[in-house]
Write a protein of this length. Structure first.
Length: 542
């Protein structure tokens, strides 16, 4: 075996707070050879990201410390390197892609300026040359019309587009080692496949090594050479991917491999009452130009969508980032203006004002993608869940509200004693259960679920899917389930709408869509999600 590019030896990480020491990483060791992809997998809190951040010493020192260990990069111990030497390594020899691009990108700078800053710092490239290299990087990571995106700010891009920009920044200097911390979590399956193909190509062309941190075992199986399985700060099993997947030895590894969302959605029942119906729904955003800012065109985010959703049923909406999935959901919930007819429990609501919609909000609830971002850090869990009751059921006494909060926490499988705690004291899966409890406390008829499992570990995903299925059966709920994770959609949805560029590509019963898709685009989605034979669309392999 060749000399490792990176060798982590007996690494431990401890955090100190209030006189207490917590060991987050407990004496782990692994090597990464030149040109090798090593995956680090495990649930949230297992120590994966802390281990990766330790390599470049990005932890919050001095509250973090290393009781033991060495991190040898090309023979140099980064643990004892000076800050000046580390700056020469960071962003040049070793780069890192983080999970949440919105917190990593500067909201005040354009995309061109942020990528150009890296080129100027490490390659002394500026002006026209930097612009051309920036355009090349944006094309490589699949940004459409990159010339138009140069002047965009992060908030003007979708989550998937922001992650692609982060990947472009990380690849700008052709690093020897790329640390990727959940880099495809925010991306739809076709873009995931494109990004993985790109990284695989760069690895082959430049001999780039990778440390790939993910909870998606499907990606590990397709992409990594070796895998290290972590839990509670320890590596409990490691070896070649084929060996780990075909013959796992540790109980925790077996648990991970068996945690894919399972089960079937309830059967289609056309006799169920219609909860939500949309006819020719359109959401067009005007494009203004000229001194007088006249409307010269429209961005057709949603363009002529028809849908029917019945009680106890789930309509899955799938497609790439920017396809119009979330915009459709926001239009149905009357959170943005739209054209076309929208009917909710027998009432035409498409012309309703915000004030007219307010009496219906208790029966029409939303669970968002990022629970940490949607839960107030200044409110206890009990206050967060009770907030809707104070608006919609003002006649309830304080004791009655508290009883409803406890009921909602019971419904989502959380201890009622946790209602006095704050969101930061919970794991990602627990926070998503809190977000579901906040919706359930009002006993809704319709729930819009916008990527509710995309940021969760696979074991927690399976638990949340089971929870949503149980709640639907118990309360006859109608779900609009928006997701790029087709495995989760398959486990929950009765019917599916496939969207691309604002239009419906294919629509029908979920069984037909998953087992016999008619459109090339749908087949490409299925190929990317379920490791089927790839198809080509427009000459580009998906």
């Amino acid at each position: 075996m060749s000399t490792p590019l990176l060798s982590v030896r007996d690494l431990s990480v401890a955090f100190h707070q209030g006189g207490k020491e917590t060991l987050a990483v407990d004496h782990i060791s692994f090597d990464i050879a030149p040109g090798e992809v090593v995956a680090l997998v495990g649930e949230s809190g297992s120590g994966k990201s802390v281990s990766a951040s330790s390599i470049l010493k990005l932890l919050p020192y001095p509250s973090a410390s290393h009781p033991s260990g060495q991190i040898l990069f090309e023979g140099r111990d980064l643990m004892t390197a000076s800050e000046r030497d580390l700056r020469a390594v960071r962003g040049n020899d070793i780069t890192m892609i983080f999970q949440e691009p919105m917190t990593s990108l500067n909201p005040l700078h354009t995309i061109e300026k942020q990528i150009g800053e890296i080129l100027a710092l490490h390659q002394v490239v500026s002006g026209g040359a930097a612009r051309e290299r920036t355009l090349e990087l944006l094309r490589q990571v699949g940004i459409r019309d990159p010339e138009k995106r140069l002047t965009a700010y992060p908030h003007e891009l979708s989550g998937g587009q922001r992650q692609r920009v982060m990947i472009a920044m990380a690849l700008a200097n052709r690093p020897k080692l790329l640390i990727a911390d959940e880099p495809t979590t925010a991306l739809d399956v076709t873009v995931q496949a494109q990004i993985l193909d790109l990284l695989r190509q760069l690895k082959a062309e430049h001999g780039m090594s990778m440390l790939f941190i993910t909870h998606d075992l499907g990606i590990v199986r397709k992409f990594a050479d070796r895998v290290c399985v972590m839990t509670k700060g320890k590596i409990v099993e490691s070896g070649p991917v084929e060996t780990i997947f075909s013959d796992p030895q540790h109980d925790y590894t077996k648990k991970l491999l068996g945690s894919e969302p399972r089960g079937e959605p309830p059967p289609l029942d056309p006799a169920k009452p219609i909860v939500m119906q949309g006819d020719d729904i359109r959401v067009w955003f005007p494009i203004k130009a000229g001194f007088l800012r006249r409307v010269v065109d429209h961005v057709k985010a949603v363009d002529g969508v028809d849908m029917v959703l019945r009680a106890g049923q789930t309509l899955g909406v799938v497609g790439e980032s920017g396809s119009g999935k979330t915009t459709l959901g926001l239009a149905l919930a009357r959170l943005i203006s739209s054209m076309g007819r929208i009917s909710f429990i027998g009432q035409d609501i498409d012309k309703y004002s915000f004030a007219e919609m307010r009496p219906l909000r208790d029966r029409l609830q939303i669970v968002f993608q990022d629970p940490f971002g949607s839960l107030s850090p200044r409110m206890s869990v009990g206050e967060i869940i009770a907030e809707g009751l104070k608006v919609h059921e003002r006649a309830l006494s304080a004791d009655e509200r508290d009883a409803r909060v406890c009921w909602a926490l019971d419904e989502v499988g959380l201890d009622t004693a946790t209602r006095w705690r704050y969101p930061h004291e919970f794991s990602g899966g627990q926070r998503q259960r809190i977000a579901i409890a906040r919706a359930m406390v009002l006993k809704p008829r319709f729930v819009m679920l916008d990527e509710p499992t995309s940021a969760l570990d696979m074991t927690v995903q399976a638990q949340v899917v089971d929870l949503l299925r149980d709640l639907q059966k118990k309360h006859d709920l109608a779900y609009l389930f928006i997701s790029h994770d087709l495995r989760v959609v398959k486990a929950l949805a009765n019917e599916v709408i496939v969207m691309r560029a604002g239009k419906v590509v294919e629509q029908g019963p979920a069984a037909d869509i998953f087992h016999a898709p008619k459109a090339d685009y749908t087949r490409a989605l299925m190929a990317a999600a379920f490791n089927l034979e790839a198809v080509e669309i427009g000459g580009v392999s998906q």
